[in-house]
Design a protein around this ligand. Structure first.
Ligand code: BMA
Length: 313
């Protein structure tokens, strides 16, 4: 079934494209979702968020020639689990890896959870074989950290999402001279600016540079029936030189949970974009977690995203 009337992202007909069953049996993987995706050496590389039946996390790479048919590698990547600081602040979970290429280096910013709440951590690699852990890069109470692919006015930049008890969650932008120390933070997109996301908004994947500005494929959340959260995806456009300034926001979401694999799973009604690859012809392959359980793909044009931001569609 095609749900294109309600979602501008066209779902790949072979969804879901990767699930827990695709990983070796002895790991007992239940969930494969919210994975970062990037083009690497002419192919597509997906860094998957996995959870086994005891909810132990793994980051595990899968490779693809065509962007849809992904083959997992033999083993998960080695995380800094021997490091006492990592043990302390990632004792419950590490999750939602977002990949950004800056020059020849690939950075993976992800969330860690512990009894001290959630904070951001940063890995780097040049070959996706060996990874260097750069440490924690936020205080507690922050997630959805996603690096911009280049410096802006001489500083690295990222989306992040401090969690405040006052207003749920908004998208902020922070700056850094060295990728480790972050500040000059500004709120860029408030949940109140998105009519279908009154609970919170947060970044999705690395921003996409266009001549008109940075496209930001974000997630927006609303509460339904008090305790049920619905996660949709939207798009907004940030100024190229001052991304703390949002130029335009799409009134409509680009992806809304409607397919079975988005409505049913460990968290019902979730489409959570965590990767996007822009092709030479202007098509964007979008990757998202369905119901916190499976990985899915879809496509949308860069021009459609721009038209949506300006509410021309
Ligand atoms: C967010 C994060 C995501 C998850 C989403 C929906 O707060 O935990 O990893 O996909 O909730 O449950």
């Amino acid at each position: 079934m095609n749900y294109s009337n309600a979602s501008f992202v066209r779902r790949y007909k072979g969804n879901p494209i990767l699930t827990g069953k695709d990983f070796p049996d002895e790991y007992h993987i239940l969930h494969c979702f919210n994975s970062g995706v990037i083009r690497f050496r002419g192919k597509y590389l997906m860094l998957n968020r996995l959870e086994d039946s005891a909810l132990k996390p793994y980051f595990w790479i899968a490779d693809s020639e065509d962007g849809y048919d992904f083959t997992p590698r033999e083993k998960p990547i080695q995380m800094p689990e021997e490091d006492p600081r990592f043990q302390k602040y990632a004792s419950i979970n590490y999750y939602d890896p977002r990949i950004t290429q800056i020059g020849e280096t690939y950075y993976i910013m992800h969330a860690c959870h512990s009894e001290y709440d959630c904070r951001l951590s940063l890995l780097k690699t040049t070959d996706f074989e060996d990874f260097e852990w750069l440490g924690f890069v936020s205080d507690p109470g922050n997630r959805n950290g996603i690096l911009f692919p280049e410096k802006i006015n001489g500083l690295y930049a990222r989306f992040d999402r401090p969690m405040t008890s006052w207003d749920g969650g908004n998208i902020w932008i922070s700056f850094s001279p060295d990728l480790i120390h972050w500040g000059q933070s500004e709120c860029a997109l408030k949940n109140t600016a998105v009519r279908w996301a009154w609970a919170k908004v947060g970044g999705g994947c690395a921003p996409i540079k266009t001549p008109e500005g940075w496209l930001n494929l974000f997630h927006g959340v609303r509460t339904q029936c008090k305790s049920h959260y619905v996660y949709q995806s939207g798009v907004c456009l940030h100024d190229l030189n001052d991304p703390t300034r949002v130029i335009a926001v799409s009134e409509k979401p680009i992806l809304t949970p409607m397919a079975d694999y988005e409505l049913h799973g460990q968290t019902p009604s979730v489409c959570f974009i965590t990767g996007a690859v822009v092709e030479d012809d202007g098509e964007v392959k979008v990757y998202y977690g369905g119901a916190d359980t499976v990985m899915c793909a879809g496509t949308i044009q860069v021009q459609t995203l721009l038209d949506l931001c300006h509410n021309r569609l």
